[in-house]
Write a protein that binds this ligand. Structure first.
Ligand SMILES: Cc1cc2nc3c(=O)[nH]c(=O)nc-3n(C[C@H](O)[C@H](O)[C@H](O)COP(=O)(O)OP(=O)(O)OC[C@H]3O[C@@H](n4cnc5c(N)ncnc54)[C@H](O)[C@@H]3O)c2cc1C
Length: 173
């Protein structure tokens, strides 16, 4: 839940009309926190208390519950106009919006160990001939961090190319 500030909310962008998203139910809007809770069918006193606690810390740009805004990548996606923390600001002005969130996966940091040619390695680091891994099957070159947009597709394409080149050389092409 958030005010629809400059970063937007999910698919909703602050510079695009919201009418269709409200009509389809993607976004739910109300003038007060309690009103929003009623519209999405949750206990209004719990939501009001949650927002009140959040706001207490957000005034200092802190989010002790979820730790939002602790890394540079998050800051890049946030609102630079918020001087304390681009990702954390008090929710104290209506209208308020809710969006349904669904868990999903976009990528993988762990995976099969390979060398620089995307050849799969055994535990003793020797190459398994003829076996390659790229994309989400391959252990990420970024070793568990996400330095920026393209951190999954970029290596997938690069090591796919490298693997194909290595294969072509093996075939004598
Ligand atoms: C919503 C979303 C947004 C994303 N945004 C970004 C982004 O901005 N930047 C970025 O870098 N990454 C992004 N990603 C992540 C990136 O798209 C994936 O990490 C990447 O596409 C994985 O590539 P892959 O080839 O390993 O797997 P996939 O692209 O999943 O390819 C696997 C293919 O194998 C096929 N397949 C599965 N089982 C079989 C079978 N038994 N037989 C034959 N075929 C089979 C599947 O149909 C699929 O086509 C995003 C992902 C999502 C979901």
């Amino acid at each position: 839940m958030a005010e629809l500030g400059s970063p937007g909310l999910g698919y909703a962008k602050p510079f695009l009309p919201l009418g269709n998203l409200l009509r389809t139910g993607y976004l739910v809007r109300a003038d007060s926190v309690g009103g929003l809770a009623e519209r999405i069918g949750i206990d209004s006193s719990v939501l009001e208390e949650t927002i009140s606690n959040y706001n207490t810390h957000a005034q200092r740009g802190e989010d002790p519950e979820f730790g939002k805004g602790k890394d540079l990548y998050c800051h890049y996606l946030g609102d630079p106009g918020n001087s304390y923390n681009p990702n954390v600001a008090p929710l104290d002005k209506g209208p308020y919006y809710a969006v349904w969130m669904y868990a999903g996966d976009i990528g993988n940091f762990a995976g099969i160990r390979t060398d620089e040619h995307a050849r799969v390695l055994r535990t003793d680091s020797s190459v398994i001939p003829g076996l390659f891994a790229v994309g989400n099957d391959m252990a990420s070159v970024f070793r568990g961090s996400y330095p920026g947009g393209g951190s999954l597709i970029g290596p997938a394409m690069t090591f796919g190319f490298t693997a194909a080149r290595c294969l072509a050389k093996q075939e004598g092409n």
